[in-house]
Design a protein around this ligand. Structure first.
Ligand code: RFL
Ligand code: PHB
Length: 388
């Protein structure tokens, strides 16, 4: 088989890149290790920056997002037993974020791809990348025990943190920070405790009230990194969540049976550069941020936008300039989001090793943050998304 761009991974990065390339007539094949159902079963991000919404619109995959996405003009930080609202819209000259689940984004992009008759190979095993530092790259994989080969112009490594693309290149420099805790997340068919997201700093640990719709809530609590999800009954989760919230917010939590419960480790990670010859790393394949700043999915979208612009320039004008600039452009934005996500994580979580000094510093920082217009503006500007 031959295609123009072979895309590894059908998460949001791979699907969005494929859809954008389809709008300019560039052919793609997506190779995905898992099944369609498995990809759609993963519950992850929930907050989209305006740039991400715009890009989904450009890809022609934003009809349901526009109809069902919830625009949010603010978030609250909870500490000292009460909520402190950050007015994102007032502080950023009119910007907002949109609450819409990653699962729905993926669903919409998959539907669009299928309707256009574009090829995705699910359950592609042993995907391997070849000759991307030469002139004739190709990808091999097995499907139902039979070996296949796809020749292509370029390979887009959109296969996430555990994918094969990054591991195919030895000359990477990596930067990593792990955190001594994870997030235990629950999804339940109950109305949210607040109409906006609440990020809580509490002596028992961080908690987050989020949502997917007016009837569906997503909650998280900080837990030890080696915690087992089986140790958490629904009752234990709801009790712990309410303990970490201000009394008024705790009283507004509607409990109910959870239909998803999982633990995510927290990590900051960047691999440089993001391009090796004809191979481009995109999204989680190149970088991971802790979810505190809601940046993971949005960074994947900005990478896609830079790569799409480079590929469009190549196919339309036969110019390599955009592709040559991809890694540096993407990394400049990536590092700012890595910094913001690390900082949000640092001010909101309990760190076992920093002791009482660290705790007082956190309290001072939060107090400064909500009382200084300059400090809250810096938070708001990063939260709604830095310009591309
Ligand atoms: P994805 O979504 O991981 O998709 C990669 C796809 O590649 C496939 N794959 C392979 N395919 C073929 N061959 C191989 N060898 C392959 N290896 C892997 C995988 O099956 C998968 O389908 O990466 P992408 O597209 O770059 O998208 C990035 C986002 O998914 C990610 O940044 C966010 O979800 C991060 N993230 C969160 N971000 C937030 O903003 N808020 C959150 O609450 C949030 N929660 C999370 C998260 C990431 C998690 N991960 C990665 C474990 C919770 C979790 C658990
Ligand atoms: C979510 O709704 O899953 C979510 C929202 C905000 C975050 C992280 C996750 O910062």
């Amino acid at each position: 088989m031959r295609t123009q761009v072979a895309i590894i991974g059908s998460g949001p990065s791979g699907l969005l890149l494929g859809q954008l390339l389809a709008t300019i007539g560039v052919e793609t094949v997506i190779l995905e290790r898992s099944s369609r159902e498995h990809v759609l079963g993963r519950v992850r991000a929930g907050v989209l920056e305006q740039g991400t919404v715009d890009l989904l619109g450009e890809a022609g995959a934003a009809d349901r997002l526009h109809a069902e996405g919830l625009p949010h003009a603010g978030i609250s930080l909870a500490f000292d037993g009460r909520l402190h609202r950050i007015d994102l819209t007032a502080l950023t000259g009119g910007k907002h974020v949109t609450v819409y689940g990653q699962t729905e984004v993926t669903h919409d992009l998959m539907d669009k791809r299928e309707a256009a008759g574009l090829v995705t190979v699910y359950e592609a095993a042993n995907v391997a990348l070849h000759d991307f530092d030469g002139t004739a790259p190709f990808v091999t994989y097995d499907k139902d025990g039979v070996g296949h080969r796809i020749d292509c112009d370029f390979i887009a490594g959109c296969d996430g943190y555990h994918g094969v693309s990054r591991r195919s290149e030895g000359a990477l420099k990596t930067f990593e920070r792990t955190y001594p805790f994870g997030w235990l997340g629950v999804l339940a068919e109950v109305p949210p405790a607040d109409h906006e997201l609440v990020y809580a700093n509490h002596e028992r640990g961080f908690a987050l009230c989020s949502m997917r719709s007016p009837h569906r809530s997503r909650y998280y609590v900080q837990c030890p990194a080696d915690e087992r999800v089986e140790a958490w009954s629904d009752d234990r989760f709801w009790d712990e969540l309410r303990r970490r919230l201000p009394p008024q917010t705790a009283a507004a939590v509607t409990t109910g049976p959870s239909f998803e419960k999982s633990i995510a480790p927290l990590r900051s990670f960047v691999a440089e550069p993001m391009r090796f010859g004809k191979l481009f790393l995109v999204g989680d394949a190149a970088h991971i941020v802790p979810p505190t700043g809601a940046k993971g999915l949005n960074l994947a979208a900005s990478d896609v936008r830079y790569l799409f612009a480079g590929l469009r320039e190549f196919y339309r004008e036969r110019s390599q300039a955009g592709l040559d600039a991809y890694s540096a452009k993407a990394l400049a934005r990536v590092w700012k989001a890595v910094r913001f996500s690390w900082w949000m994580t640092t001010i909101l979580h309990r760190f076992p090793e920093t002791g009482e000094f660290g705790q007082r510093i956190q309290e001072a920082e939060l107090d400064y943050l909500v009382h200084s217009k300059a400090a809250s503006t810096a938070l708001a500007e990063n939260y709604v998304g830095l310009p591309y």
